[in-house]
Design a protein around this ligand. Structure first.
Ligand code: DX5
Ligand code: ZN
Length: 220
């Protein structure tokens, strides 16, 4: 299992975005996580296409678009054109989940499906034949800097078990309240991609990413 840190730019300093992203890339963060919020599916509004377009030119990282957007099928092509390599949609936001996931795959991108903390894990089972990644929200989406919901650990274990039963190579991403202190127990539960906003973009950015990479190396 390949462990990956996916810094969420939601917590970055947008007056220094280019250099802060560079610090994550140079220290080993293979993914860059875009928390796109529409003010409808979640109560907050963050950023969208123009931000991703400009960042695409500035980094070689895998651009991981997390669409916290109502009926996201409307924007899939726009995010592909802006440079997304992977697009994750929310189970709760799609009138037709399969249609959205198949469209992402048909565009040649990796497809992710995310569930909120109050959505039963069983909801993802029927999509495991299509998705490349499952994103387990460990906070209620809408802002960075929240506390990790500890019940998420059992949900991660359940979904890792479902993934193992499929024999498909599906990544399990966790987003919300991930820190250097709880990273190991989230890894032990079966996650392999970790979204981190405040844990990366607060203080020594390069050092925070290096410390995550050191923890990953303990498991190799
Ligand atoms: C949804 C967002 C946040 C963010 C992570 O609200 O997806 O979870 O990326 O922020 P931290 O790592 O600060 O909890
Ligand atoms: Zn996210």
């Amino acid at each position: 299992m390949k462990y990956v840190i996916a810094p969420s730019i939601l917590s970055a300093d947008f007056t220094r975005l280019g250099s802060e992203i560079k610090q994550t890339e140079e220290n080993g963060a293979a993914f860059l996580h875009f928390d796109v919020m529409d003010g409808m599916f979640v109560p907050n509004i963050s950023f969208g296409i123009p931000v991703m377009k400009s960042i695409r030119k500035a980094t070689g990282q895998i651009m991981d678009a997390h669409l916290m957007v109502q009926d996201p099928i409307r924007y899939l092509e726009a995010f592909r054109d802006a440079g997304a390599d992977l697009i994750t949609v929310h189970y709760e936001a799609c009138p037709d989940v399969t249609k959205a996931l198949v469209k992402i795959k048909d565009m040649g991108l990796k497809a992710g499906l995310s569930i909120n903390p109050d959505t039963p894990v069983e909801a993802v089972r029927e999509y495991l034949e299509i998705v490349d990644m499952v994103l387990v929200m460990s906070v209620y989406p809408g802002q960075g800097g929240q506390k990790f919901i500890r019940e998420s650990l059992d949900r991660i274990r359940d979904i890792r078990r479902m993934i193992t039963e499929t024999d498909r190579d599906i990544d399990l991403q966790v987003d919300g309240g991930v820190t250097l202190d709880n990273l190991r127990e989230i890894m032990d539960a079966g996650a392999n991609i970790f979204v981190a906003g405040s844990a990366v973009f607060g203080g020594d950015i390069g050092g925070n990413v290096r410390r995550c990479m050191e923890i990953f190396r303990e498991y190799e």
